[in-house]
Design a protein around this ligand. Structure first.
Ligand code: UGA
Length: 439
């Protein structure tokens, strides 16, 4: 099939590469010429495991190309996936849908024949009809342009795998769609043949599935982190609590790792945007619990700073602190709403000299937080430190020998914000070890 992907960020670039991997002829379109140049050279402008390999493979075999031109995209195919960003409104909590509406508005006048537009971005429920309205108004093809919604559930750091092997495909249709379902099923043919369930529904349900999924995932994380607060007061161990809870099939262990909480470009923004939309719909109460989910999440960051202060004898000012981790989670260079950097920044503001190390996110962190210090190696970062904080659980941190590291720091004192450093090993190597939610 020939298809386009409009918007080539994490979602769009991965979707375009994955569609080429499935055998289609793909044209990715993005308004950022630097991004398009990098993608055409077979490189993602961000770090995502396995993506560069797919981009290189299919830009070389001719199945995948990128452009900045809407006209070229409209002429290339009649199946268009839209994966533009839907960030938070500056200074607000609702979604900023400018990129989505601009993409629809600019593609529309070039749609002269039948076309199917597949919305993939995360949007507040009720957005798809507005996209339909724009296309009806501005597309010469009028109602021969169909719109359907197919939310994306990929996780950064597992984007390629999640796109090629999704847990499910959700497709929201209108009663007027005639070609959309067949074309989308054909595009995902190999994925569907491998047994992936397809849930065909209406537009509003499809939009809501994504908001509900992220709200649930955030709630699961904050639930276990609320339990961590109780563990801290009772001497219980949240890691063992999570392990025991996870064995209950109805609860499940996945997505319930206690620690510093959630960050990134999705969960924090999506629960805020979901609450804002519920408010507009007059259903604030239905999602009131998400305020608490958010509050628990923020309290983990405050608790970590508090624990650091406690460990430093009540004074942060003038202390040398090392932070391991800047990305919002391991295996990405994304620092959007990173819990690790929020804590590093708070400690810096309290007067500490904070040195940060991260295996992939240092460049992004340097640009966003120029006042923090940075080191290019985790051990070098810890030289002379009076406190080490482990805030993003990159696997390489667990492989560092705590005995050797103890000889480099000023005081062997560590706070594990992610619960992956073995307390027995670190204490045996002479460290004072504290962890969120653990005795
Ligand atoms: C999330 C969802 O998991 C995806 O399904 C969704 O498609 C995506 O948002 C999106 O809306 O685009 P992502 O933000 O990439 O994906 O990352 P997650 O793996 O869900 O992690 C989010 C945050 O929660 C990270 O800061 C992570 O460290 C934290 N987390 C995750 C925990 O603290 N505990 C856990 O058990 C899991």
């Amino acid at each position: 099939m020939k298809l386009t992907v409009i918007g080539c960020g994490y979602l769009g670039a991965t979707h375009a590469a994955a569609m080429a991997e499935l055998g289609h002829q793909v044209l990715g379109m993005d308004t950022d010429p630097d991004k398009v140049a990098a993608l055409n050279a077979g490189r993602a402008p961000f770090f995502e495991r396995g993506l560069d390999e797919l981009l290189a493979k299919h830009t070389a075999d001719g199945r995948l190309r990128f452009t900045t031109s809407y006209a070229e995209a409209a002429a290339f195919a009649d199946l268009h996936f839209i994966g533009v960003g839907t960030p938070q409104k500056p200074g607000g909590t609702a979604y900023d849908l400018t990129h989505l509406f601009t993409a629809a508005r600019r593609l529309a006048p070039r749609l002269t024949g039948p076309a199917v537009i597949v919305g993939k971005c995360t949007v507040p429920v009720g957005t798809a009809p507005q996209v339909i309205g724009l296309l009806r108004e501005f597309a010469p093809a009028g109602d021969r342009v169909e719109v359907c919604w197919n939310p994306e559930f990929l996780r950064e750091s597992h984007a390629v795998e999640d796109t090629l092997h999704p847990d499910r495909i959700v497709l929201g249709l209108t009663g007027e769609n005639t070609r959309a379902e067949a074309l989308v099923r054909q595009a995902y043919g190999r994925i569907i043949e491998s047994g992936t369930p397809v849930i065909v529904t209406d537009l509003a349900t499809a939009e809501l599935v994504k908001s509900a999924a992220n709200a649930f995932l955030a709630t699961k994380i904050s639930f276990i982190n609320a339990m961590a607060e109780l563990c801290e007061l009772t001497g219980a161990d949240v890691q063992q609590l999570a392990l025991a809870l996870g064995h209950d099939q109805r609860i499940g262990a996945k997505g319930m790792r206690p620690g510093l909480g959630f960050g990134g470009g999705c969960l924090p923004k999506d629960i805020q945007g979901f609450m804002a939309r519920a408010g507009e719909l007059g259903a604030d109460q239905a999602l009131a619990f998400l305020h608490e989910v958010d509050a628990i999440n923020n309290r983990r960051r405050e608790r970590t700073v508090g624990l650091a202060r406690e460990q430093l004898g009540g004074v942060i000012k003038g202390k040398r602190i090392t932070v391991w981790g800047a990305a919002f989670k391991p295996d990405t260079d994304d620092i959007r709403d990173s819990p690790a950097l929020a804590v590093a920044q708070a400690l810096h503001q309290a007067g500490a000299t904070v040195t940060v190390f991260d295996p992939k996110a240092l460049d992004n962190a340097r640009k966003a937080h120029p006042r923090l210090d940075y080191a290019d190696h985790p051990i070098e970062a810890a030289d002379g430190a009076e406190l080490l904080l482990h805030l993003t659980e990159w696997p390489e941190f667990t492989r560092i020998d705590p005995a050797g590291l103890a000889t480099r720091v000023a005081v062997p004192r560590v706070i594990d914000g992610r619960g992956t450093l073995d307390p027995t090993r670190w204490r045996a190597a002479g460290w004072i070890h504290r962890a969120l939610g653990r005795p």
